[in-house]
Design a protein around this ligand. Sequence first.
Ligand code: G6P
Ligand code: MN
Length: 457
Amino acid sequence: MKLCILGGGGFRTPHVYQALLADRATPRVTEVALYDVDASRLATMTAILREMGAGHPDAPTLVPTTDLHNAVAGSDFVFAALRVGGLEGRCCDEHVALDAGVLGQETTGPGGLAYAIRTIPVMLQIAQVVKDLAPDAYVLNFTNPAGIITEAMQGALGDRVLGICDTPSGLGRRVASSLGLDPARVQLDYIGLNHLGWMRRVLYNGRDVLPELLADDARLGALEEGQLFGLDWIRTLGAIPNEYLYYYDFTRDAVRSIVSSGATRGDYLQTSQTEFYERAQAVDPGADIASLWRSTVDSRSASYMAEARGDEPGTESDEWYESAAEDESAQGGYAGEAVAVMAAISRNERTTMILNVRNNGTIAGLPDDAVVEVPTTVDANGVHPLSTAQPDLRQLGLMLQVKAVERHAIAAATTGSRDEALQAFALHPLVDSVNVARELLSGYIARIPEVAAVLTR
Ligand code: G6P
Ligand code: MN
């Protein structure tokens, strides 16, 4: 099978390749087209992948290219992980919002909307190329904000595009491990939109084990979510919120922590990632760049969300995400999830996974064509949401409002309308005044050329 990775020069590509090397069953991926607009990053990543593939006689062939058509043509699967505007764009997403006194974050709040608005047109062009040159391919979208991007692409590709996020399954795995249970055997009752959802039950042999965890001070306190939300709030909710709900439930605290930490996550990554690519390019041919990548990726995982905890960005925590690197190289993480979806579809090995798919009546209060993040069955027939208990009013209310916002962002990106963009910012639950929304709109247009290029009307 041919796999195409869009954004192949990106920092997490080696995780995908490692997961492919570990995949032994048939059919498996034999060719990987790596596409990126940045030839030098592409060369760095290709060198790392070749290093990883050495010693594997059946390692998938690597075809690096900056030609989108060649990359996509004839693919069985397309993975998409791009960052339009690069890390510089991410920094502006965060800072324009913080300057306006509201949350500045990669995907949650106005930053995610600015990110979506400039990314959607690029992803729609890609969707058209897939439709023309790989009409039977499944697109596994990691590009953030994953829910919005997936929904926009479904307009062209329908159910052949689905969105992947590692946070719901990561939470499920950590819950299971904390109770000493095999993560592969738990069933997760999760509902939400991407980066906005709740783990309501964790079933093991037909029994919900979540109440056991919620009652256990030591175990709940050791869980990242226990530290973020506090034990009392989780117990009050009776469910474990996705870590991104922190930005909704503790908005002021999050903004204060980010501001007092001195720099945003984007600022930290821009420095550390630039340094990584520079160092990788400077080493002698044949030197061990894979180990440089490994140590850089470990620090990145260990410092995830540091600024939300009030730590200086880049501060590594022992407990926090200590298992993230392990997770990535084993079954978990974005790569593990994506390769598992691909295996289930191509080998008709039916499995259950939490994915971003078309609602189709799963959540009664949301439109059928809204993309939601819920448990699904995945097999050769595609991806189908499982029926589930309905959300409570707060959950539904928040999902409805954010979905309305997402749709204004999609309309802004597809029509170029500033009025639509203004509505997206103004209606967002984390933006508390229309005047702030106006400031955000003009700030993003002024600071991010890729946003200005889209919002022309
Ligand atoms: C998690 C989320 C991703 C997000 C990433 C940010 O994995 O699920 O959607 O992009 O964290 O991590 P970073 O290291 O870029 O801050
Ligand atoms: Mn995610």
